[in-house]
Design a binder for this molecule. Structure first.
Ligand code: PRP
Ligand code: MN
Ligand code: MG
Length: 192
C-alpha cells in the first residue's frame, strides 16, 4: 500500500503527539466538577482516532458509535449523509462529543448535530482529527456550550490513512497521505 501513496502529510509519530495534546486539552476542559462527555465516534472513518484518543482521556467518559456515510465509493460527497446505525446510549440531558476523522463539507456533522439535538443532548462538542475549512458547504452550530477541537487543518487533497478510505481501502495505514494520481479516477471505481 505504501507504494500507492504520493505524499505523506502526517506521520505516525506526528499523529501520536497531536492526539496526546488534544486529549490533554479535552481532559482539562471536562475535568470535575464538569460532567464527563459521552464520546460518540463516527464510523467508519473515526475508528483509529477514537481508539487512540479515548485511551488518553483520563476521565470517566462513556463511548458509543454512530455510523454515517455519504461518500460511498467516490471522492465526492453524495450530499445527503445517511445515519445507518444510531446510538445505544441515551444521551438526553448529557454532554456529547462527536469524534470524526475529517470534516469536509460539514454535511455529516450538521446531520449528526441535528440528530443529537433531537435525542435531547444538552451540548454537542466536536473533536475532529482533520479539518478542511475551505471545503465547507454547510454551516453547522455546536449545541449548548459545546467546543470544537481539531488535530490539523488539512489542505484540499483527497487524503487516506489513519481511518480514512478510498473505496474502503487504505484505512489501516498508520499515517495520513495523498494517493498517487490515477488511483482515484472515477473510471477505475467499482459501481454500486
Ligand atoms: C467521511 C469522513 C467524515 C465525512 C466528512 O465519511 O469520515 O465522516 O466523510 O465529510 P463531510 O464533512 O463532507 O460530510 P464517509 O461518508 O466517507 O464514510 P466512512 O467514514 O465510512 O468512510
Ligand atoms: Mn465518516
Ligand atoms: Mg469514506
Amino acid at each position: 500500500m505504501d507504494d500507492e501513496i504520493e505524499t505523506v502529510l502526517w506521520t505516525q509519530d506526528q499523529i501520536a503527539v497531536r492526539v496526546d495534546q488534544l486529549a490533554k486539552e479535552i481532559a482539562h476542559d471536562f475535568k470535575p466538577p464538569a460532567c464527563p462527555p459521552v464520546i460518540v465516534g463516527v464510523a467508519t472513518g473515526a475508528f483509529l482516532f477514537l481508539g487512540d484518543i479515548v485511551r488518553k482521556i483520563n476521565l470517566p467518559i462513556l463511548v458509543d458509535l454512530v455510523r454515517v456515510e455519504s461518500y460511498g465509493f467516490g471522492t465526492e460527497s453524495s450530499g445527503s449523509p445517511v445515519i445507518s446505525s444510531k446510538l445505544k446510549i441515551d444521551v438526553a440531558g448529557k454532554h456529547v462529543m462527536l469524534v470524526e476523522d475529517i470534516v469536509d463539507t460539514g454535511r455529516t456533522l450538521s446531520c449528526l448535530i441535528k440528530y443529537l439535538e433531537s435525542e435531547g443532548a444538552s451540548s454537542v462538542s466536536v473533536c475532529t482529527f482533520l479539518d478542511k475549512p475551505t471545503r465547507r458547504k454547510v454551516h453547522f452550530e455546536l449545541l449548548g456550550d459545546g467546543k470544537f477541537y481539531r488535530g490539523f487543518e488539512c489542505p484540499d487533497y483527497f487524503v487516506v490513512g489513519y481511518g480514512m478510505d478510498f473505496a474502503e481501502k487504505y484505512r489501516n495505514l498508520p499515517y495520513v497521505g495523498v494517493l498517487k494520481p490515477g488511483l482515484y479516477q472515477e473510471a477505475s471505481l467499482p459501481k454500486n
